[in-house]
Design a binder for this molecule. Structure first.
Ligand code: ATP
Ligand code: MG
Length: 686
């Protein structure tokens, strides 16, 4: 237990009751969790009876790695995962009591919007469907189902949304599918309404640890309470100043309620920041200052004053990207040994802001990765493949059925599919189930029927073979053969105008197949040529977990690359050199008078939104260990126009020393030129 301060030790040693570690950024909260896992195991708790819940899959992977540094192989057995992954496991094991098959499908956001459109008769536009999705999701996160929503509806709009939700629920049941919210809601209901299931899980889990507790939502809190029961052996760690998912239903009430619901709660505060220099920490403390204090905290650093925080005013986003690149190059050139690429992060408010930085880095041949952005899994070609996998795993998954049967097109028209859909609805079966009904032939032409049956048989065949296809090598061969059979590469070239784009998409497909195959385990050689043996799985098993894994946009491991990330996705992480870019009023804080913004739904209070934006800035600043640069642009693209911009109010709130902090090389250059010109004019000619 070396490397822990007294307060951290106290948190680690308190194992027979509920505890909350409440502390500012970089104070070692996550470190407490990893050490506490080790401590519990040293004290005789079997590894498999410990659950540690993280906010992202990536954080889970990192925690497992750190835990294995402390306890070795036993770290494998600890249940380290997100709430959603825990939910999947619970519903796979016990969902049958809710009438769900173990091979249920997990729908992604796209599936959900298209089902919602369908529920409303098909003429809805995508923006409206997304609004509905947000509305329904907010209700679900509150623990409501359609019936509750209907009963609670305040106006016509809410009433009609509740009716759509009712139809949506019916479809999901018919498709044997769940959405992401269900992955929390269903386990919660399982534990609440089924004592035998509750006892099983409470018995299994001896201690539950939750990282980033400030960003849990109401349902997750209910789930946690049910998991730990009256024994309440749990550790929550969090920081109210870093709560940045309010727009997605996370609520600070969970922090407030903890001492009320658990009067015996041990609250531990950590005050030393081990991450950042004093200059960086001071800027962070100044920024968060104006926010109302839920739990007052102090935070100090002993890492020395360090370099002053720099503010860079740029002309445009392209100029900002050049400046960012120059900064990286200067830092690399001026230290010995030079920092690695992965020591640099460029953080911004919104995904689209990455573009100019990507371009600049690519031009300079600097390796980088975009995390938290458009996930690999959001690409159309990957979704196509996933639809097939989902269909192998769950024949009742109608959205997957429709996507697979039409990608690539196999001469089965919309009319045929429409008839099949109607027939399936009438007979309360899935579209796949309807294929083999003896009553179907009466409705369709022979050609249409043959096409459908051939597709159905090929799915059955693929499913059977995927079940028996074991390990990395076999899986890779299987996938490539199958892609060849369905003519997927040709389909990409046919559907893209540009061959370059088609080739890029095809290479994504190959990368994806490789990655799937790796997950099937067996003898696998890595890039360095060393080989490892991992547990062998069937390809079907891998496919079944795909929808969940698809939330891992952060699959790639710790390569030496500059990181580009949204502020939201940077939570919990740290880098020696951080540049916060686009710290421009209207970007950060994000324009607060945005009417159609989805945030409106959850909180239409502008002041509350400004506070959340301020916390986002606080999260950004506190990612930096040694140097921090904050930049903004005087002009910004808005649609086709360039608009004039101001620096974010958060820059002033950092209260930096104006003489050392502000730097605009162009201004300085202009000034030098002017001085030079003035001087040469003053010099008498001979
Ligand atoms: P965040 O709020 O950003 O999630 P955190 O409170 O979880 O931060 P950690 O990530 O656990 O903080 O720790 C921040 C850094 O400080 C890490 O590099 C960690 O290894 C280091 N650290 C934490 N505690 C100590 C300690 N007692 N001694 C030395 N280093 C420490
Ligand atoms: Mg942390």
């Amino acid at each position: 237990m070396s490397g822990l301060n007294l307060a951290q030790l106290q948190a680690v040693h308190f194992i027979h009751g509920p505890s909350l570690v409440l502390a500012g950024a970089g104070s070692g909260k996550t470190r407490v969790i990893t050490h506490k896992i080790a401590h519990l195991i040293h004290n005789g708790t079997p590894a498999r009876r410990i659950a540690a819940i993280t906010f992202t899959n990536k954080a889970a992977a990192e925690m497992r790695e750190r835990a294995s540094g402390l306890i070795g192989r036993q770290a494998k057995e600890v249940l380290i995962c997100t709430f959603h992954a825990l939910g999947v496991r619970m519903v796979r094991e016990d969902g049958h009591v809710l009438g769900l098959k173990p091979n249920f499908s997990i729908l992604d956001a796209d599936d959900v919007t298209s089902i919602l459109k369908d529920c409303a008769g098909g003429s809805t536009d995508a923006a409206t469907a997304r609004q509905w999705q947000w509305g329904i999701s907010a209700w679900k996160n509150q623990g409501w189902n359609a019936r509750t929503a209907l009963a609670m509806a305040q106006d016509d709009h809410e009433r009609s949304l509740a009716l759509i939700m009712q139809r949506y629920e019916e479809r999901l049941t018919a498709y044997q599918s769940v959405d992401f919210d269900d992955l929390i809601g269903m386990p919660m209901r399982l534990l609440k309404n089924h004592p035998e299931v509750r006892e099983k899980w409470q018995k299994l889990l001896a201690h539950v640890l939750v990282d980033e507790y400030q960003d849990t939502n109401a349902t997750q809190y209910e789930l946690l309470k049910l998991l730990v029961g009256s024994r309440a052996h749990f550790t929550a760690v969090g920081d109210d100043d870093q709560s940045i998912y309010g727009w997605r239903g996370a609520t600070l009430d969970n922090l407030k309620r903890l001492p009320v619901d658990f009067p015996q709660l041990q609250v531990i505060k950590l005050e030393q920041n081990y991450r950042s220099t004093s200059a960086i920490l001071r800027a962070a403390n100044n920024v968060i200052g104006p926010n109302p204090k839920l739990f007052p905290k102090t935070l100090f650093s002993e890492l020395g004053e360090g370099e002053p925080v720099r503010v860079v005013a740029c002309d445009t986003e392209e100029h900002e990207a050049e400046r960012a690149l120059a900064r990286i190059q200067t830092l690399r050139a001026s230290s010995n040994p030079p920092p690695a690429w992965k020591d640099f992060a460029i953080l911004y408010r919104a995904n689209h802001q990455a573009k100019p930085f990507e371009k600049a880095l690519r031009r300079a041949n600097i390796p980088y990765k975009v995390s938290g952005g458009t996930s690999f899994f959001d690409r159309a070609e990957i979704k196509d493949l996933c639809a097939w996998f989902r269909l192998w795993s769950n024949n009742n998954d109608d959205p997957a059925f429709l996507r697979a049967i039409t990608t690539p097109r196999r001469g089965i028209g919309h009319t045929t599919l429409g008839k099949l859909g109607e027939f399936a609805a009438q007979h309360k079966t899935s579209m796949f189930g309807a294929l083999f009904s003896p009553m179907l032939p009466a409705l369709l032409s022979k050609k249409a029927l043959d096409g459908l049956l051939e597709f159905g048989r090929s799915i059955n065949d693929l499913e059977y073979r995927a079940r028996h296809c074991l390990g990395h090598e076999a899986s890779r061969g299987f996938l490539l053969d199958w892609l060849q059979d369905i003519g997927y590469e040709q389909y990409l070239y046919d559907s893209e105008d540009s061959d370059t784009v088609a080739a890029a998409r095809w290479s994504n497909v190959l990368e994806f197949c490789d990655w799937m195959a790796q997950r099937a385990g067996g003898q696998i050689a890595d890039a360095a040529g060393t080989s490892a043996h991992t547990e062998v799985k069937s390809l079907l098993e891998v496919a079944q977990n795909i929808a969940l894994l698809s939330t891992i946009s952060e699959r790639d491991s710790d390569q030496d690359q500059v990181v580009l990330s949204t502020l939201h996705a940077s939570k919990g992480l740290e880098w020696p050199h951080v540049q916060l870019v686009g710290v421009t009023e209207g970007m950060l804080p994000f324009k607060l008078d945005d009417d159609e913004g989805r945030q409106q739904k959850v909180s239409d209070d502008i002041a509350a939104r400004l506070q959340e934006e301020r916390r986002l800035m606080y999260v950004g600043i506190t990612r930096a260990q040694r140097t921090l640069t904050v930049s903004w642009t005087k002009r910004r693209k808005k649609g086709r126009d360039m608009v004039a911009c101001l620096p974010s109010r958060f820059i002033a709130e950092m209260q930096l020393d104006a003489t050392t902090a502000t730097e605009n090389p162009r201004d300085r250059l202009r000034q030098l030129r002017a001085e030079f010109a003035a001087r040469s004019q003053a010099t008498p000619s001979t």
